[in-house]
Design a protein around this ligand. Structure first.
Ligand SMILES: Nc1nc2c(ncn2[C@@H]2O[C@H](COP(=O)(O)OP(=O)(O)OP(=O)(O)O)[C@@H](O)[C@H]2O)c(=O)[nH]1
Ligand SMILES: [Mg+2]
Length: 536
């Protein structure tokens, strides 16, 4: 292996996720990053009317119908000498398990904030996860084309609420109808923009010095004076720029702009390519594994079937962590230990895919496999490498999925089996009570809507959703026997069940019942997720 070219390939990888509260503009910004990255020629919009193009990352029919992202999307493209693996994530809480899995697979994130709303609840939650994992965070203050909060106030909130130093790389000039552009504080350039039809094409950019008279003349005096003052305030306060602090996630570089109207997107992209983190060492159960380790290793963070109606197969998403991935390489099946060949590797671009021969650390590879690899499974040529499992989220919505078409039983069964493998829902069998259908659990109700839609559209099944009267679930310690509770009254509506691994769980109809149970059984330890998952 030519060592230097291998290291060069690693150092030019940029793998990042876009995260935020629902509707802050992740998918729109993703589309514009693709536009400025030269990966698409014409940008689509999230709420595309009939004749319009929809976005590359919201490719699922249900996403287009509802105008929200439901599933994370991988987009790989080359720009500025770098190979970029960009992952658009859904913001809605009900899909947060998918977003969380993506966060295990990236080296940095772009956090999108709606500049009119500031930091919202989901953004804060996602930020905390990134912070725990030490992932460098870039911030994009979006929707500056609409009336926005004062940029100093937004920065202040960022620092106070999230406890992170903020360094504004760009600074906005006006907002709403008077948003004129952004000033690049590192290059000392002012970028003035003009609006283009639907923000579909590259916005023209003119660059000059900040106090350049010809620029000042174009800016209304009531904007210019206050703006120059703000810039002075910035010089005297706030975090300074330090690449080290950025890499370790202690400060976040902040960009202002508008994904919809293309303002500030190019600056974010160029800065990101230059300063974004290349793949770092990853912690395995036996210590860190360097990306330039000679052994190939990676892990599965997502499984999705039927992404492309032309293929109708199952794609396993693998994040390459170390070594060079080569088509047809053989690894040990993490379940059985038997050798499996990794054939048909693909690079992904939304719904589209292309066969590849090799991949490097940082890359997200789609594998078409007969065997369903488990989410969290490590694939490696060195059996000593094993990455941590990806913990599951506790289900908070419960339902039965009934078959309503006698002739459609097989379709329903096959569809449910696949969706269970994808980790979209979990399955439980209730003990006692004669329930023949399995109880299904999902992180949120919306996830059930997706399941029903996909069962109908991808499998031709005829499912009916029947809500089940439970609000929460808890796992017992591994090996806990239900006989220990045989003589006990559990509480009204409280039920015992087994998960797919045969682990005992208890289901509560409400918080009151859960409190009653723990009050009665103080010695019994209950877990919000399967202890099996955590320690596996
Ligand atoms: N005015 C304005 N609207 C925007 C901008 N960016 C996005 N939007 C609009 O905000 C809405 C949500 O945008 P999306 O890109 O779907 O947001 P998202 O963060 O991907 O949403 P989820 O994936 O569902 O969490 C859409 O109607 C967009 O057109 C912007 O810069 N300015
Ligand atoms: Mg989206």
């Amino acid at each position: 292996m030519a060592d230097t070219s291998f290291r060069t390939e690693i150092s030019r990888r940029r793998t990042f996720a876009i995260i935020s509260h629902p509707d802050a503009g992740k998918t729109t910004l993703t589309e514009k990053l693709l536009l400025y990255g030269g990966a698409i020629q014409l940008a689509g919009s999230v709420r595309a009317r009939r004749a319009q193009k929809s976005t590359t990352s919201d490719w699922m029919e249900l996403e287009k119908e509802r105008g929200i992202s439901i599933s994370s999307t991988v987009l790989q493209f080359e720009y500025g000498g770098c190979v970029i693996n960009l992952l658009d994530t859904p913001g809605h809480k009900d899909f947060s398990e998918d977003t969380y899995r993506v966060l295990t697979a990236v080296d940095s994130v772009v956090m999108v904030i709606d500049a009119a709303k500031g930091i919202e609840e989901r953004t804060r939650k996602l930020f905390e996860i990134c912070r725990l994992r030490g992932i460098p965070i870039f911030t994009f203050m979006n929707k500056m084309d609409r009336p926005a909060r004062h940029p100093l106030e937004l920065l202040d909130e960022l620092e106070k609420t999230l406890g992170i130093g903020a360094f504004p790389v760009t600074w906005p000039l006006g907002n709403g109808a008077e948003f004129r552009g952004v000033y690049d504080r590192l290059q000392n350039n002012l970028h003035l923009f003009e609006r283009t039809a639907h923000g579909q094409h590259r916005a023209p950019v003119r660059v000059s010095g900040i106090r350049d008279e010809s620029v000042c003349r174009q800016i209304p005096p009531h904007i210019l004076g206050a703006w120059l003052e703000d810039l002075d305030v910035l010089i005297g306060a706030g975090a300074g720029f330090s690449e080290d602090q950025l890499r370790t996630g202690q400060i976040t570089p902040v960009f202002f702009g508008s994904g919809m109207s293309n303002f500030g997107v190019q600056l974010l992209l160029d800065y990101f390519v230059k300063h974004g983190a290349p793949p770092q060492a990853r912690l395995s159960v036996n210590g860190p594994v360097e990306p330039d380790d000679k052994d190939f290793s990676g892990f599965v963070f997502k499984v999705q079937a039927n992404m492309n109606p032309r293929h109708r197969d199952r794609l396993t998403f693998v994040r390459v962590c170390s070594g060079k991935f080569v088509k047809d390489m053989v690894v040990n099946d993490p379940e059985s230990g038997k050798p499996v060949r990794l054939s048909y590797p693909q690079k992904l671009f939304g719904q589209e895919r292309e066969s590849i021969e090799t991949a490097y650390p940082g890359d997200i590879v789609g594998l078409v496999t007969h065997k369903a690899f488990r989410i969290g499974a490590t694939l490696t040529t060195n059996p000593a490498i094993r990455y941590d499992e990806i913990p599951r989220f506790p289900p908070e919505a419960f339902a039965f999925i009934r078959n309503t078409g006698a002739a459609k039983y097989k379709q329903l069964r096959d569809g449910l089996e696949q969706l269970l493998e994808e980790g979209v829902i979990q399955s439980f069998s209730l003990l006692g009570g004669g329930q023949t259908d399995a109880l299904r659990g999902a992180v949120g109700q919306l996830q059930f809507d997706v399941v029903v839609y996909r069962l109908q559209n991808e499998y031709g099944a005829m499912p009916r959703l029947e809500p089940a009267p439970f609000a929460s679930i808890r796992w017992f310690d591994p090996g806990f026997r239900k006989e220990r509770l045989a003589d006990d009254y559990l509480g009204t509506g409280v039920k015992l069940a087994l998960d797919v691994r045969g682990q005992l769980v208890v289901l509560f109809p409400n918080q009151w019942a859960a409190d009653y149970f723990t009050g009665k059984h103080p010695a019994i330890k209950l877990h919000p997720v399967s202890p099996h998952d955590v320690t596996a």
